[in-house]
Design a binder for this molecule. Sequence first.
Ligand code: PAF
Length: 285
Amino acid sequence: MQTLTTIDELRRQVRAWRQAGERIALVPTMGNLHAGHLQLVDEARRRAGRVVVSIFVNPMQFSDASGGDFERYPRTFEADCEKLTGSGADLLFFPAQEEMYPAGFENVTQVAVPGISDILCGAFRPGHFVGVATVVAKFFNMVQPDVAVFGEKDYQQLLVIRRFTEELCFPVAIVGVPTVREADGLAMSSRNQYLGAEERQRAAALYRALQAAGERLSSGETDIAAIETAAVASLEEAGFRPEYFSVRRAYDLLPATANDTELVILAAAWLGEARLIDNLRLRRG
Ligand code: PAF
């Protein structure tokens, strides 16, 4: 696996692959790779002869890029390289912030997906999805992949990316990969390492709350508000500070009604210093 840091070098390599008739897959990440990311690389490998993985902690998608979450986001480049070396990745793109945002990111051209970016996580993290969509669109233009692979754990992010890809006519197939979980059900995430030992024991309560709500919906219950309220109470009892717990339509994330069949239950909740998100897809009827 080769590691490149400049857009020029990246383009040269991608052009050579294209001229040789290769299909190219992109797996954008912020590093601190775990088994979930490696599943994305596996899926990319199945779909293309060449796999590019990017590692870039994107300041534009953090609300306080000069401190807080952005500063403490785990950067583990050496360990990430080791993990990728044994994976199906051909190229690691690891640009500096100046390479991605030479004039800074505050006044850069933005990709904004209205509506879906402002609800759920977007309501609690204003500007977050503009930062995500902008950086992913930049990667699409740099790599020009045939396919790009993302985790379904960030379900809202996946829909935002699907929307702008379609609406801006990027010729890129967007593939979602199911969430990889720890043995107790906790979704794998770089942010899990912010959990203390005792919090880690309780963290799987988030997935259990999603499953409990899913069972109530599957068994035909139609009072969605009651299901959401019960889930929030169960999370609070487990020591979480929930931001939202919501049953939505899977394709556009609008609030679900009793007649909708393709559903997703999404939740975000703080446990100590960690903001955890998770979701559960569900088909009714
Ligand atoms: O999911 C992530 O790690 C990031 O949001 C992404 C898609 C790499 C954009 O920075």
